[in-house]
Write a protein that binds this ligand. Structure first.
Ligand code: PAF
Length: 289
């Protein structure tokens, strides 16, 4: 695996004529990231060039968030990527990624970027979309893989690629979970031993919420009032175990808005999403329904 830190080095390593599969990361890798690398390899075959980036993007962190503490584990990450079959690791520093202040930025549609995560973390998705657009411009991938754990991020990146007619396919990959159900995340490393024991409850609560929605739908009795009760019960259960939920909610998959009454009764694809703090660490998860 070749490692490049500069744009000139990246361009030389990309060469021409090969299909490029791209995985953008902020490092501190886990099996979820490696699954994206393997999926890129699977789709492109042995002749494809699988590229990963590691860059902790200051633009997507709000004031008081964990930009400074975000673990930088470059040597370990590079070893994991090499093992997973990555061909090229692009690891720019801030002077390469942002040689001047990034005054031109992507402004994602507030209808999607301003809800859920965007409501709790204002400006977060503008920072994500700006760096992803810049990485796409630099790496010029044919396909780029994103995990479904960051469901809203995946949707926004996909919309951005479509609306700017970028010549690439954004591929959403399934969440990779620990054996106890906890969705893999770089931020799981922040959990204390007690919090780690408690953490899988987020997935269990979402799974119960999804089951309740499926059962009520099958019985033809799901309406907005019933759904609101399910959501409130799920949130209260988390709170009673020491969590501070930002949201526990069931939305339409296509735009993450609340389903209309006839959509609740019908077969509109839905997704249950949750974000909650357990102590200081904040975890996200979701389950498609
Ligand atoms: O999901 C992440 O790790 C980041 O948001 C991303 C896509 C690498 C952009 O910095």
């Amino acid at each position: 695996m070749r490692i490049e830190h500069s744009l000139a080095g990246l361009r030389a390593a990309l060469g021409a004529g090969r299909q490029v599969g791209f995985v953008a990361t902020m490092g501190n890798l886990h099996d979820g990231h490696l699954a994206l690398v393997r999926e890129a390899r699977r789709r492109l075959g042995p002749d494809g060039l699988v590229v990963a980036s590691i860059f902790v993007n200051r633009l997507q962190f709000g004031a008081g968030e964990d930009f400074d503490e975000y673990p930088r584990t470059f040597e370990r990450d590079a070893g994991m990527l090499r093992e997973a079959g990555c061909n090229l690791l692009f690891a720019p520093d801030e002077a390469v990624m942002y040689p001047q202040p990034q005054t031109f930025q992507i402004a994602p549609d507030p209808a999607l970027a301003g809800i859920l995560e965007g409501e709790v973390r204002p400006g977060h998705f503008a920072g994500v979309c700006t760096v992803v657009m810049k990485l796409f411009t630099m790496v010029q991938p044919t396909i780029s893989m994103f995990g479904k754990k960051d469901y809203q991020q995946l949707m926004l990146v996909r919309q951005m690629a479509q609306q700017f007619a970028l010549p690439l396919t954004v591929v959403g990959c399934e969440i990779v979970r620990e054996p106890d159900g906890l969705a893999m995340s770089s931020r799981n490393g922040y959990l204390t031993a007690d919090q780690r024991t408690e953490a899988p409850r987020l997935y269990r609560v979402l799974a119960e919420l999804a089951d309740a929605v499926r059962a009520a739908r099958a019985g033809g009795r799901l309406d907005p009032g019933e759904l609101a009760r399910f959501e409130a019960d799920a949130s209260a259960l988390l709170s009673s175990h020491g969590w501070a939920p930002d949201y526990v909610t069931v939305r339409r998959r296509r735009d993450l808005l609340a389903p209309e009454p006839d959509e609740l009764r019908g077969s509109e694809p839905l997704v249950a999403l949750a974000a909650a703090k357990i102590g200081t660490p904040r975890l996200l998860d979701n389950i498609e329904i």
